[in-house]
Design a protein around this ligand. Structure first.
Ligand code: SF4
Length: 349
């Protein structure tokens, strides 16, 4: 606490990619100084794999690696921020790995004190957790509620920025550097566009996904993610076979995006790509449902399963062949529709 501010470490992993703007604003409004771990690298992954047991999915192992990195390089940390996300909406839950995260992190060696912050709207409002968080940082209830208001307003602004088309990594960089939200220069648009599905920590950790979006761009394909889609798509729940509801919050968002692109938005994309972590139960389940729907509407679908052993060459081959197949299909359709138009014209004369 060199400048009188408590130092709080945040691992750049898991929900960092979803909630960092909110956490940053909230903690800073409560007088904390944030120390972020660096982007994922080889050493972080190796250390995470060493501390995570075999069956864990890779994003959680990476989280361990980021925690270890913060502990080793920042012995001056007063706290580590490891929130417990249980439910954010009344009718859905987070994956069980998020429910137990603070408990498993506590047992790592030399961990500083954890700041307790639980999001569980089924049991209590978020404001209650914010008041408890503020108390741990020596702040009053009034300060807590003011900080919460500020953080919510900033987070809303961040989401509007994403919906205006800002790429998530660009937006997060601006947040990190306290810069205003300005869109990057428009890049040249390609003839192929995919909907890229997956958890934010799979899509935006460019080390573990081997810079997937850049590879797609290099092959002449653009991609959009659910963060860029309008809010209206996520208002109504998806009911599978008229009776099954999805109780995992992120998987529900994925299904809602798919429902839109299978119906109204069918012409807006050329295919769907789903990045999944090896050993992820929730994603493998919905991947089956998505694949079934894709077959029905004839929309190309590619599923990529990632783990710490994923190789650059294999991934590139899969991307290249998928893009090539989609491009050929698109060109064939164009030719067929041209031929139809010509046939119609000649009937008229
Ligand atoms: S949703 Fe899947 S990838 Fe994410 S933490 Fe749970 S098991 Fe791991």
């Amino acid at each position: 606490m060199s400048n009188g501010k408590p130092k709080v470490g945040i691992p750049r992993a898991l929900h960092f990619y979803r909630y960092f703007p909110f956490w940053k604003k909230l903690l800073e409004e409560l007088g904390a100084e944030i120390v972020l771990s660096p982007p994922t690298n080889k050493r972080i992954v190796e250390e995470g794999v060493q501390h995570g047991f075999g069956e864990l999915c890779i994003p959680v192992k990476i989280y361990y690696g980021h925690v270890m990195k913060l502990i080793r390089e920042h012995p001056e940390l007063d706290y580590l921020f490891v929130p417990r996300y249980v439910s954010e909406k009344k009718e859905s839950y987070f994956c069980p790995k998020f429910l137990s995260l603070p408990d498993v992190i506590k047992i790592l060696p030399n961990v500083p004190k954890l700041l307790n912050f639980e999001v569980n709207v089924k049991e209590f409002p978020i404001a209650t957790s914010v008041i408890s968080l503020a108390r741990q940082l020596g702040k009053s209830q009034a300060r807590a509620l003011e900080a919460y208001r500020e953080a919510k307003a900033y987070f809303d602004e961040y989401h509007s920025f994403l919906r205006a088309g800002a790429p998530v990594l660009h937006a997060l960089r601006l947040v990190e550097r306290n810069l205003p939200f300005t869109l990057p220069k428009k890049k040249k648009e390609h003839d192929i566009k995919f909907l890229l599905l997956g958890h934010a920590y799979n899509l935006f950790d460019t080390y573990i996904n081997l810079n997937f979006q850049r590879k797609l761009r290099d092959e002449g394909a653009d991609s959009l993610t659910i963060e860029n889609l309008p809010e209206s798509i996520f208002k109504v729940p998806v009911i599978v076979n008229k009776k099954l509801r999805n109780y995992w919050v992120h998987e529900e968002e994925i299904m809602q995006a798919i429902r839109y692109y299978l119906t109204k938005g069918r012409k807006e994309i050329d295919g769907v790509i789903f990045l999944i972590s090896f050993a992820c139960g929730p994603d493998s389940l919905i991947s089956e449902l998505i694949m079934r729907d894709m077959k029905v509407v004839g929309l190309p679908f590619l599923e990529i399963i990632m783990d710490e052993h994923s190789g650059e060459a294999g991934l590139l081959t899969r991307i290249q062949s998928f893009v090539e197949m989609v491009r050929r299909k698109k060109n064939q359709m164009k030719l067929m529709s041209l031929a139809k138009q010509r046939a119609k014209k000649s009937e008229l004369f």
